[in-house]
Ligand binder design. Structure first.
Ligand SMILES: C[S@@+](CC[C@H](N)C(=O)[O-])C[C@H]1O[C@@H](n2cnc3c(N)ncnc32)[C@H](O)[C@@H]1O
Length: 977
């Protein structure tokens, strides 16, 4: 079987840099991202690279040519296309992806220019972002010829993505002219796929004008009906209404707002604006709102009437979170209009004003109008009153605060807005179907439904006011339903729908332009077949051995609860699409049972209680049930992929997760389904920016695992392949650290190669018998844990410039934790796994040595001062149990008492001349992230170490800013070993 290009070579670093470039500016993401919210979208560049790399042939080696006639045929075909040989082929591959320069160098040049305040010409890269490139006719034709070299050439190449989500992979597959099948379980995602992968290529960019004409007509009709509920002062446009949720004050019963702060504008062009709320009569319950700026704003803006679960009444006194929840249960959560953001003629920028009597009357009138409309709307089923009563991972978010039905996410005026819009949408789409004909009318119906969803996303009680950017944040600015104490409302009559329509129109036009395919020499690519299937990846309506390649990005374990989040949209979408796209509307709510995510909420009722007191004998926890279910369904999905894939087909899986369990599950599912892992590439797809800001550690790279149907593996015992696993892990560290990976990314980059060793020998036996007396099969995590241990040892060497220096296990653990997670807080389980690699116990680390603090499910590394306060060490001692205590003692003395005291401490302890101690300082400097915000180190440890180095250890070379462990990798294999 001849190899595909990705099994031999992938310019992962370049693809990573280009993918990060694609994600660089949130306002300039690809148009697919703007059509509708979908979570965990993959970059288009990474997706196209995975598709093309999986279908194009590898450059056959001399050995392959000797042993395989097809390899010889491929070689001669490739040589004909690329007389310059393999290098020319690789260069062309990059061009075929739209990469016409060096994005790695481009990024570096931009960063350097930004640092020195120089303005670069153009975009700094010298070419447009890769995803904007649609293959021209010549490239498309060449791709077709090259792909045909590998296949039998009897039919169109078919590509499948069983977990299509927002559609990055199928969209790119279709752009390259492959017959594409996009499967997805979730009806919201299926509607997005229909409108991203299928329709734009068919309708062409001109259809954007149809969306605009009919969309504007729709927005106009809504405007006429709602005008009186959104009054405006002469010449003014309303940007947003800023509200706070309220509860009755426990003492007076008057509403009191629950506001974490009262800021309206902060730092924008040096302008500070806040709401001043002053009680005017404590007995009558009256108050006055005004807008304050400058110094006054600072005073009022930071005021908080709700912080960490405690409320403070504006009428006096405080009250607890329990009180708030009890009020919520009684339906007593209300809302107070605090301010209105407007634009007014003659004044530039967004202004603020206090609400007037007229504004408040309009709110009350809207509420009355809603009551008038509701009976008829309920009969016509226009209001999503489905209860939110299924198992939820987000209980802390909303249900506690009285949001029990999907319609409760909206205030009465917002519900009136969306109900009116839905009623008008159904009417106008019915007219369009007559006017434009069925096909175009239905297409229009779909895009207007997406505009309707966009309006719901930007106009709910979950939308907050962005005081820095002066705009409304959407409901899903995070992947959850965390309750928002203050919120923002759009002008539902005059701007919400015209804006939503223009967003969808722009996104459609952009997508359609990208999707417009050229005619090739071999046929008209505009006729490319795309098929959207709604169903579970575990059971596909496709014949056996019918697809050439499966490229997919399955759900990452417990990262996103797609179904639960998507219900927010589904309840509206099924009402908007009932007449036009019934295939997306047949469920009450989206399917949680068949969804392949590790969802503990589904098992809360059947599980044993989790936590410290839990005994294994009592049964599994909800999380354990969820893990088992995820693995079972993922295995079934891969078995189905195995069934539909042609004998010589390729499966490329994109996966990222920082937890070993997720990799263990993925590995077990692939191996049990009959796949062998052939190659693994870490592609650094996520921007450092978001990672550095993240308090918790996360992986920046996505691993591309390419698999084939397994044949001829040689089962082995674990003891026989342990050494090979260690060697492969070391080799991967060597290879990928050269590529620039560090921390947790470097660790996960070893998992693919390790799984590959297992798959060559699958099933691998432990040497024990299982509960029914059969030879026990190894769990992949045994091999992954071994890899981690090797990686840990090598990383420590990397921190020490390639040398081996003995500290102690506690100190080793501390250094590796910083180096791996690049964050003070990380999951408990990861701490435990790291402690296994360094032969320690987390309890010891937290209770005895006080290196970390444990909280529910996570641990946090303590600063020297925190450890000192906790009694972990004594600065005046003459000996210390660990070198970490010595390091922290010096850091504390230096930070609190200054340079002279630090010098005296070093002299007293003799550590000033101890090379091991200065090695430790150098290693800590490298391990602890040197991220800065506003010119200051984010971590106090980095600040103290940095000035200690300058003041007392200047023989240690300085490190570049924000690059603590970058560079350490070069040292990994230098020196000893
Ligand atoms: C990581 S996302 C895919 C994201 C996609 N690659 C993109 O760029 O937008 C995984 C998808 O798998 C879907 N999914 C979950 N369980 C499924 C199942 N049983 N069958 C098919 N799709 C499923 C989820 O709804 C989600 O959209």
């Amino acid at each position: 079987m001849t190899r595909s290009l990705i099994e031999q070579w992938l310019p992962a670093k370049i693809i990573g840099a280009e993918s990060r470039r694609e994600r660089g500016a949130s306002s300039a993401l690809p148009p697919v991202n703007f059509l509708h919210v979908w979570w965990a979208r993959r970059p288009l560049t990474a997706s196209r690279a995975a598709v093309l790399g999986s279908l194009l042939p590898a450059w056959p080696t001399a050995e392959e040519v000797t042993n395989d006639a097809q390899a010889a045929k491929i070689l001669s075909g490739l040589q004909e296309e690329f007389p310059g040989g393999e290098a020319e082929y690789h260069a062309w591959f990059l061009h075929a992806l739209g990469i016409f320069g060096d994005p790695v160098a481009g990024r570096a040049a931009i960063q350097a220019a930004n640092a020195s305040g120089v303005k670069l010409e153009g975009n700094g890269y010298g070419y447009d972002r890769a995803f904007t490139y649609t293959p021209d006719a010549e490239t498309a034709a060449r791709i077709e010829r090259l792909v045909a070299l590998r296949g039998s050439g009897d039919s169109a190449v078919r590509v499948l993505d069983p977990f299509s989500g927002g559609g990055s992979i199928p969209f790119e597959s279709a752009r390259y002219g492959f017959a594409t099948i996009a499967n997805e379980l979730n009806p919201v995602a299926s509607a997005i796929l229909q409108s991203t992968v299928h329709l734009p290529a068919k309708l062409g960019p001109k259809f954007a004008a149809t969306i605009k004409t009919w969309g504007d007509k729709w927005a106009d009709r809504i405007s006429k009906r709602l005008d009186k509920f959104f009054p405006r002062k002469e010449g003014e446009s309303i940007v947003a209404y800023v509200w706070a949720h309220t509860v009755p004050c426990p003492t007076t019963g008057f509403p009191t707002p629950l506001c974490p702060d009262f800021w309206l504008a902060r730092g924008k062009a040096g302008r500070d604006v806040a709401v001043r709320l002053e009680v005017t009569d404590y007995t009558k319950g009256t108050y006055e709102l005004s807008i304050v700026e400058g110094a006054e704003a600072k005073r009022w803006g930071d005021r908080s009437t709700y912080k960490r679960g405690v409320g403070e009444s504006i009428w006096g006194g405080t009250f607890s979170g329990n009180y708030i929840r009890r009020q919520a249960e009684k339906g007593n959560i209300g809302a107070m209009l605090l301010a209105i953001s407007v634009t007014a003629p003659g004044i530039s920028g967004r202004q603020f004003r206090a609400p007037t009597e007229n504004d408040l009357k309009a709110v009350a009138a809207a509420e009355a109008e809603l009551q008038r409309c509701l009976p008829a709307w309920e009969i016509a089923d226009l209001v999503p009153q489905e209860p939110i009563d299924g198992p939820s991972n987000y209980d802390r978010g909303h249900r506690m605060y009285g949001i029990n039905r999907w319609s409760d996410f909206f205030t009465p005026r917002q519900l009136l807005t969306h109900g009116t819009a839905l009623e008008e949408l159904r009417k106008i789409v019915a007219e369009a179907r007559i006017d434009l004909g069925e096909e175009f009318g239905r297409a229009l119906g779909l895009y207007l439904a997406l505009a309707m969803d966009k309006a719901c996303d930007y106009n709910s009680r979950q939308c907050s006011w962005h005081a820095t950017r002066l705009k409304v944040r959407n409901t899903f600015d995070k992947h959850n339903f965390n309750f928002k104490w203050s919120f923002a409302e759009f002008d539902g009559a005059h701007s919400l729908f015209s804006w939503a329509v223009s967003q969808v129109e722009d996104a459609f036009e952009g997508i359609a332009k990208l999707a417009a395919r050229p005619a090739t020499l071999h046929g008209d690519l505009t006729q490319v077949e795309t098929q959207i299937i709604r169903g579970s990846a575990t059971s596909l309506p496709l014949p056996a051995e019918s697809v050439d390649a499966i490229i997919t990005d399955p759900p990452y374990y417990d990262n996103v609860m797609y179904a639960e989040c998507s219900d927010y949209f589904y309840v509206w979408l099924k009402r908007s699409l009932r007449d036009t796209w019934p295939q997306f509307c047949d469920l009450m709510l989206t399917d949680k049972e068949q969804e392949i995510v590790a969802n503990p909420a589904l098992f809360k009722d059947v599980a044993a209680p989790s936590g410290k007191g839990r005994k294994k004998a009592e049964g599994k926890t909800a999380a354990e049930f969820a893990d088992a279910r995820y693995e079972e369904l993922l295995t079934r999905a891969f078995e189905e992929a195995h069934r539909v894939l042609k004998k010589d087909g390729v499966l490329t899986v994109m996966f990222t997760h920082k937890r070993v369990d997720a990799w263990d599950t993925l590995g077990a599912a692939l191996l049990d389904a009959g796949f062998a892992i052939k190659s693994s590439w870490p592609v650094h797809t996520e921007s450092e920016h978001s990672l550095h800001q993240a308090k918790k550690n996360s992986a920046a790279s996505t691993i591309f695992l390419t698999c084939r149907k397994r044949e001829g593996s040689e089962p082995a015992y674990w003891a026989d392949i342990r050494h090979e696993v260690e060697c492969v892990a070391e080799e991967a560290v060597r290879e990928f650290s050269e590529y620039g990976l560090t921390g947790v990314d470097l660790t996960i980059a070893t998992y693919g190669p390790v799984l590959s060793v297992l798959s060559r020998n699958w099933p691998v036996y432990t040497g024990e018998l299982d509960s029914v007396g059969n030879p026990e099969v190894l769990r992949p995590d045994a091999a992954l844990d071994l890899a981690r241990q090797r990686v840990a040892a090598l990383k420590k060497r990397g921190l020490l410039g390639g040398r081996d220096v003995e500290f102690d296990r506690i100190t080793d653990w501390y250094l590796l934790a910083w180096s791996d997670f690049q964050a003070a807080e990380f999951p408990f389980d990861e701490a435990r796994k790291l402690s296994l690699a360094t032969h320690l116990d987390v309890e010891d680390l937290s209770k005895r040595h006080k290196v970390v603090k444990q909280a529910s499910g996570s641990v946090t590394l303590l600063t020297p001062a925190q450890r000192y306060t906790a009694g972990a060490f004594d600065v005046d001692a003459s000996s210390w149990p660990t070198m970490l205590d010595q390091l922290h003692a010096l850091m504390l003395v230096y930070d609190e008492q200054g340079l002279a005291a630090a010098k005296a401490w070093l002299t007293r302890t003799g550590l000033g001349d101890d090379t091991r101690f200065s090695d430790l300082i150098a290693a800590a400097l490298r391990a602890i992230p040197r991220t800065k915000e506003k010119g200051e180190f984010v971590r106090p440890e980095a600040r103290i170490l940095d000035s200690l180095r300058t003041a007392l250890f200047d023989h240690i070379p300085p490190l570049a800013e924000a690059a603590s462990i970058a560079g350490m990798q070069e040292a990994l294999f230098d020196g000893k070993g």
